[in-house]
Design a protein around this ligand. Structure first.
Ligand code: 13P
Length: 219
């Protein structure tokens, strides 16, 4: 079953609205992209999600050429660079979830405080160094922080989650914010114990078929 251009555009709008309903984003500070044809479809910059029409979602080719009636998200660069660097990634979700951003303000990664850290692909969720939003420098930091991972924090900024589908990326974004909240809570009591790399490897093997049961072929 092929997913039509309009369906992907509407799925991006629905996911943007859902980000705010789930409390993992504030205002219009998040942005979402889906691989599509010879490029990607991405949310427009600074536009209230509940006003978005499918035509407002912007197509951007791999060369950065834009086709749309609104300008693309100011973070288009890391969306494009992540998709170019990671052929298995079909969707990128960027948001400013409160607890992820709190940890990222402190420049800290999320260590293996809980076995679910493994859902992001390894024994930690890295925090990319700070760089100004929308820059090639921030994009390079994000691509590096996502190496062998499906999520990262951005120092003094927010969080990125990626997935083989939009549903997977959204699911992971919620999981990462939950982990950040748990880490923040544990830090109130003291320095939390960390699971070993061996145990996270063990969990990753057991999780080989674990994750969101995604019926979407793509989107
Ligand atoms: P938009 O340009 O997509 O509104 O995003 C703002 C932002 O998230 C900057 O990091």
């Amino acid at each position: 079953m092929t997913v039509s251009d309009r369906d992907v555009r509407q799925a991006i709008i629905d996911a943007c609205i859902q980000m705010n309903e789930l409390g993992i984003n504030q205002g219009t500070s998040g942005n979402i992209s889906c691989r599509h044809g010879d490029g990607m479809l991405i949310s427009p910059t600074s536009t209230p999600y509940d006003t978005l029409q499918p035509e407002d979602i912007v197509f951007m080719g791999w060369d950065g050429a834009v086709d749309g009636r609104l300008p693309p998200s100011s973070e288009w660069r890391f969306h494009l660079d992540i998709m170019k660097a990671r052929p298995e990634v079909n969707a990128v979700v960027h948001a400013h979830p409160t607890y992820c951003t709190t940890i990222a303000i402190m420049g800290r990664k999320i260590p293996a405080i809980h076995y679910m850290v493994a859902v992001a692909g390894g024994s930690d969720i890295r925090c990319a160094p700070y760089a100004t939003f929308g820059t090639a420098e921030l994009s390079a930091h994000a691509v590096e922080a996502l190496r062998d991972r499906k999520a990262c924090l951005l120092a003094q900024h927010g969080m990125i989650a990626v997935g083989s589908s939009l549903a997977q990326a959204m699911w992971l974004a919620v999981e990462v914010e939950t982990l950040a909240r748990q880490y923040h809570g544990a830090l109130q009591i003291g320095e939390p114990p960390i699971l070993s790399d061996e145990e996270i490897e063990n969990v990753i093997k057991r999780m080989a078929s674990y994750g969101l049961r995604d019926k979407e072929a793509a989107a």
